[in-house]
Design a protein around this ligand. Structure first.
Ligand SMILES: [Zn+2]
Length: 464
């Protein structure tokens, strides 16, 4: 049904007039240093959960708003607080679940920040601060869109709405499955909107349709029962560093692609992405070649990748002429969408065990698996979302994108609600630098993301 008061222009006007308040809410959230990692005060994560819950209650939309803290499914301890809310649909109408997270990454090197990470600052149309983009902006998009939805629809609001604002996405979503188990009836839904991803640019909206999985583990390589003087025994027995570096080099082909048989590549076309763009985004130094084969975005979205992200060995300062008996490395592998991380790990372990040089001893530990994800973007909700994105971005065609990183909880959600259509949206753009110093949010993108989500919700409601 067509409502003249529900035109894009009218809805945009409403969102624009409420925008200063949305921005103030975002700034207040950024001022709460809700770092969810161990070793940071969880009081602050509780404080941000309470702040979000208060804003959710103020909407007056939900019969039930809860702050919940649930145990880890696989060991002692509790996760960080999440905010849940639900309003049931009128008979025959669908329920949409809106997801974002209110926790943030640690600020990192304070010397690199141009302003205090927890004191939001506006510069050149962007808001700087930890969590300004990832993912407190996602929280604000949901709050602002719901506010607009209530304004616009009034008594015509018939869809059900569930809200899930997580508190430990940046620390592995460790109690996520407990929350799903214990609050399933709060979260049950037909459409799930995850506002925690990226846009191609400030002017090109995107719908994320694939996510790589991840496999991370520690590997200890040992060759000797004790350290020895390298001058006395070097040359006749392998030290652990020699064995580890030789082993690690066997993970790669000469062109830098992954050499592990059994790790799959997802076969799908990708948009153009130039080497200049890659150099710009990555800071690749002059004269250093890029690695891998095939189109650049296929390498980033659809192929596996391996990074060695840490190594425990004597520091250079403490280096003596000693054969090192044992070395531990942290290995992080991105898995192509479509392959399960458990299957991928099987192949990785086999490769390492069969290529290890000189019979060095191996010990795998701290194995962390997160599944990849492929969105079925042929559903009716995706079509509605793509239209909403186009209208909110002044007619710019949205692109379907893959993401090289992982959002492992998405696989958990799909597993729990197999019938739900999932939409991964976001407020980031290539300048956002989530997780890094000087994280920022484009205010233009924020405005458009709120409009897009509002249009989506209004049309989902009116469609039935
Ligand atoms: Zn995030």
């Amino acid at each position: 049904m067509a409502h003249s008061s529900r035109s894009v222009d009218d809805i945009r006007d409403r969102i624009d007039s409420a925008f200063p308040e949305s921005l103030e809410t975002l700034k207040s959230l950024v001022r709460i240093p809700s770092v969810s990692w161990d070793g940071f005060p969880s009081d602050e994560v509780h404080r941000s959960a309470e702040f979000v819950a208060e804003r959710v209650r103020a909407l007056g939309l939900f019969g039930d708003v809860r702050v919940v803290t649930e145990p880890f499914p696989d060991g002692p301890g509790y996760g960080q607080p999440a905010v849940l809310a639900r309003r049931n649909p009128a008979p025959g109408y669908p329920t949409v679940l809106l997801y974002a997270h209110h926790d943030v990454q640690p600020p990192g090197d304070s010397l690199v920040w141009e302003s205090d990470p927890f004191e939001p600052v506006e510069r050149d149309g962007r808001l700087y601060g930890r969590g300004a983009a990832d993912d407190k902006a996602g929280v604000v998009v949901h709050l602002a869109a719901l506010r607009a939805l209530i304004d616009i629809l009034g008594d015509d609001l018939n869809i059900g709405v569930a809200l899930f604002i997580e508190g430990e996405e940046e620390f592995g979503s460790r109690s996520f499955t407990s929350i799903l188990d214990r609050h399933a009836t709060m979260l049950e839904s037909d459409v799930i909107v995850v506002a925690d991803s990226d846009n191609r640019s400030e002017d090109i909206p995107s719908l994320t349709v694939s996510l790589r999985g991840n496999v991370a583990f520690s590997l200890t390589v040992s060759t000797l029962n004790h350290a020895s003087h390298s001058g006395m025994l070097g040359g006749a027995v392998p030290d652990a560093m020699m064995a580890a570096t030789t082993l690690l080099s066997r993970l790669y082909n000469d062109d830098g692609s992954v050499a592990i048989a059994g790790l799959e590549t997802h076969d799908a076309s990708v948009p153009d992405f130039t080497r200049e763009e890659l150099v710009h985004d990555s800071g690749l130094k002059e004269g250093v070649s890029d690695i891998g084969t095939g189109p650049i975005l296929s390498r980033l979205w659809f192929q596996p990748a391996i990074s060695i992200t840490g190594i425990d060995a004597p520091t250079v300062q403490n280096a003596s002429n000693t054969l090192i008996p044992s070395v531990t490395v942290k290995i992080s592998v991105r898995i192509a969408p479509g392959q399960s991380s458990a299957d991928a790990f099987k192949h990785i372990e086999k490769h390492i065990r069969t290529t290890v040089p000189w019979g060095a001893h191996l010990e795998f530990s701290h194995i962390d698996l997160g599944d990849s994800f492929l969105v079925d973007s042929s559903g009716s909700a995706a079509a509605l979302e793509l239209d909403a994105l186009r209208d909110a971005w002044d007619g710019a065609d949205p692109v379907k994108v893959g993401v090289g990183g992982s959002i492992p909880f998405v696989a958990d959600l799909v597993h729990r609600f197999p019938g739900a259509q999932i939409l991964i949206t976001g407020v980031e753009d290539p300048l956002s630098r989530a997780h890094s110093p000087n994280e920022s949010l484009s205010l233009r993108v924020l405005r458009r993301a709120i409009l897009a989500e509002t249009l989506f919700l209004v049309r989902l409601n009116d469609r039935e």
